[in-house]
Design a protein around this ligand. Structure first.
Ligand SMILES: [Zn+2]
Length: 107
């Protein structure tokens, strides 16, 4: 019987994790360990890589944009949701700002 025995690390929703699958974890790491769906597991991985500095903010943004995050508004209000929204609206600062500053300094 499917009962809800786990909580998604990303959206905070309860889901069922099959404990029988845990037996095979030495061979096969299931995304169901951390998330209720594969896209949320990818979010989890991206955020972890960002914290470990394996990804820059703009790389994390690019990776997030490849996922289906249309359900983000139904996520629990948590740090992950805040961070994902922040990353999705992240803009690389245009480098011509410094040129403009130089221009004004000359005047
Ligand atoms: Zn989830």
């Amino acid at each position: 019987m499917a009962y809800l025995n786990a909580t998604c690390e990303i959206c905070g929703k309860k889901y069922h994790r099959c404990d029988t699958c845990d037996k095979y974890h030495d061979k096969f790491v299931s995304w169901k360990m951390y998330a209720d769906c594969e896209d949320h597991f990818h979010v989890f991985t991206i955020l972890r890589n960002l914290f470990l500095n394996y990804l820059s903010k703009s790389e994390a943004k690019q990776a997030l944009q490849k996922l289906d995050l249309s359900d983000i508004d139904s996520w629990e209000d948590n740090e992950n949701k805040k961070l994902v929204k922040e990353l999705l609206s992240y803009n690389n600062r245009p480098t011509n700002n410094t040129n403009r500053q130089k221009y004004y300094k000359k005047k």
